[in-house]
Design a protein around this ligand. Sequence first.
Ligand code: PAN
Ligand code: ZN
Length: 192
Amino acid sequence: MSKIKNLPIENPKYTVDYSNGNMQGKSVIELTKRLKDLPEIFENKQAFDQMDTEKIVYHVQAIFPVEEGREGGLFYGKTIIEPGKVGNEYFMTKGHFHKNANRAEFYWGILGEGVLLLMNEKRECWAEKIFPGSLHYIGGTIAHRTINTGNTPLSFGACWPSDAGHNYQEIINNGFSARLKELDGNPLLESE
Ligand code: PAN
Ligand code: ZN
């Protein structure tokens, strides 16, 4: 006769509030980027210098279930970009290429409205609208930056491989070849 054991059914390690993307659970990492952390990304240096550099531009929450750089794991995150502008350029993330160029990523819109700016290795840019329910596949060799074009916080989720890594330096040195600015109340993508 076989012996039957009863195993416990545990609570999940993490929960997500799908109204805003907020994550809860053990070792959810929190990161805040203020204007003072982003001196290189905005074009209008004069407007930047006149702003309160303590102003929050975006917050990130992330779960790293395995050590960063290890092959085979997945990371999960959520970013909230505050509404705002430096001059006529909208608040945005630093943006990056993945260090490991064949590691892709999914983004999905949760709250607010924005734009996902994409750029390939030939520095060709294109953009997709982000809104609650939008889903974005970002190929491994594509640089990505998100921009809040609305008057309310933009929240989006992300999932990427644990060995993707981040190459911020290329963007710090050379930027994206397009910038998203407000003209007469509407977003306009200006290309080099
Ligand atoms: C995202 C981003 C996050 C913040 O989790 O890291 O939105 O943007 P920056 O990293 O460009 O500051 C992601 O793309 N991970 O790979
Ligand atoms: Zn990424």
